[in-house]
Design a protein around this ligand. Structure first.
Ligand code: AHR
Length: 356
């Protein structure tokens, strides 16, 4: 069943999507009752598709036969502590709600995510959710999903596609995270710094947007200069490697501040700074994003100045959205996660309860 190709997923389209994927357990109960009471069918598609209840089978309990929601989720990989916490949140929430989650890890490759999405279409899952590793290149596969009549929910990073190719997008505001990191740094350094920037995965929404937000604020402060900017691929190992090389170069010796697009790269870079005989937090002020456990500890240890939170616990809002879309409820196009900010004023208070 194809959608009409002109608009997004309206309530009636989702309704057709849902019945085509045999997911109408509570509607099924009323239809079964209708068949029993008025003899309005002879065991046609609806009863068969809705999980095994047959007209005339008066012993069947609708709830016992309720068909599980099947969700396909394509995850980027396991590059950071943030990602691990995000995966756990999604898996835990699926188990909690009794949802059949088909979870595939793309190991940082867009081609693997496209393959995963195609396999979810072939399996006729009820909903497809994904976190796109990069921003561009998603339109053809999402058109295929639309043709198959399966609703798409975007988690964490938005792909650069027309709005009608997904139902809703849940995640943090990455531009604002970059701005908040820069605001903190301006304040901390009195508006004077020679900055190195460790960027996230090339072409990814958080790398693009955090850079945009950070650079915008820095550009308004003439005493602040970004003299180095390179990807550290959101990993601790790469963050360390890039920082090591930088500190050996003439540019590296001038650096007084570091902005890392995530905590893992910042922690890797802090190791490199220490191994180069410098003192993180004194010689080089470090600011990053995510708010993971190790970052809070590094703040308490005086090595990391600030971590702007990016909330990875997307499982609950994601599955709320999945259930809502299948229940024909209207959803906002965008849900922005609430994020905090940590520095020496609050890190010790937050650390004991930090799960990731
Ligand atoms: O998309 C969210 C980002 O991806 C996190 O900040 C980073 O740690 C992760 O890898």
């Amino acid at each position: 069943m194809a959608l009409n190709g002109t608009g997004g997923y309206t309530g009636s389209e989702v309704s057709r999507v849902r019945s085509s994927h045999r997911f109408i357990p509570f509607v099924m109960a009323s239809l079964a009752a209708c068949f029993l009471l008025v003899g309005c069918g002879s065991g046609g598609d609806t009863a068969k598709d809705s999980g095994g209840t047959k007209p005339g089978d008066s012993t069947t309990q609708p709830d016992a036969n309720k068909k599980k929601i099947v969700v396909g989720f394509s995850q980027i990989g396991a590059e950071s502590a943030w990602r691990t916490a995000n995966t756990q949140s999604i898996k835990d929430e699926a188990v909690k709600r009794g949802i059949d989650l088909k979870f595939l890890d793309a190991q940082q490759k867009q081609e693997n995510q496209i393959k995963a999405i195609r396999s979810f279409i072939a399996q006729k899952v009820d909903v497809i959710a994904f976190s796109p590793v990069v921003e561009t290149g998603w339109e053809p596969v999402l058109q295929e999903v639309k043709k198959a009549g399966i609703p798409v929910i975007v988690s964490d990073r938005r792909p650069d596609v027309p709005d009608d190719l997904y139902v809703t997008f849940i995640g943090s505001d990455f531009v604002q995270e970059g701005q908040r990191a820069a605001d903190w740094l301006v304040k901390k350094t009195g508006g004077k710094a020679v900055i190195a920037e460790l960027e996230g995965t090339v072409g990814s929404a958080p790398a693009n947007d955090r850079k945009k937000g950070f650079d915008e604020v820095i550009a308004k402060n003439p005493g602040m200069k970004i003299v180095f900017s390179q990807t550290g691929e959101f990993t601790r190992a790469k963050g360390k490697e890039v920082m090591e090389a930088l500190l050996k170069s003439p540019t590296g010796s001038q650096i007084t501040a570091l902005f890392a697009h995530n905590d893992d790269m910042a922690i890797g870079a802090i190791q490199a700074i220490e191994e180069a005989g410098k003192v993180p937090g004194k010689d080089i002020t470090v600011v990053s994003i995510d708010g993971i456990h190790d970052a809070l500890q590094a703040i308490i240890d005086g090595k990391l100045g600030c971590s702007v939170e990016c909330n990875p616990l997307l499982g609950p809002p994601l599955f709320d959205a999945i259930e809502a879309v299948l229940a024909h409820k209207d959803l906002p196009k965008r849900t922005v996660m609430k994020d905090d900010q940590f520095d020496i004023s609050n890190a010790a208070q937050v650390l004991p309860d930090r799960k990731y």
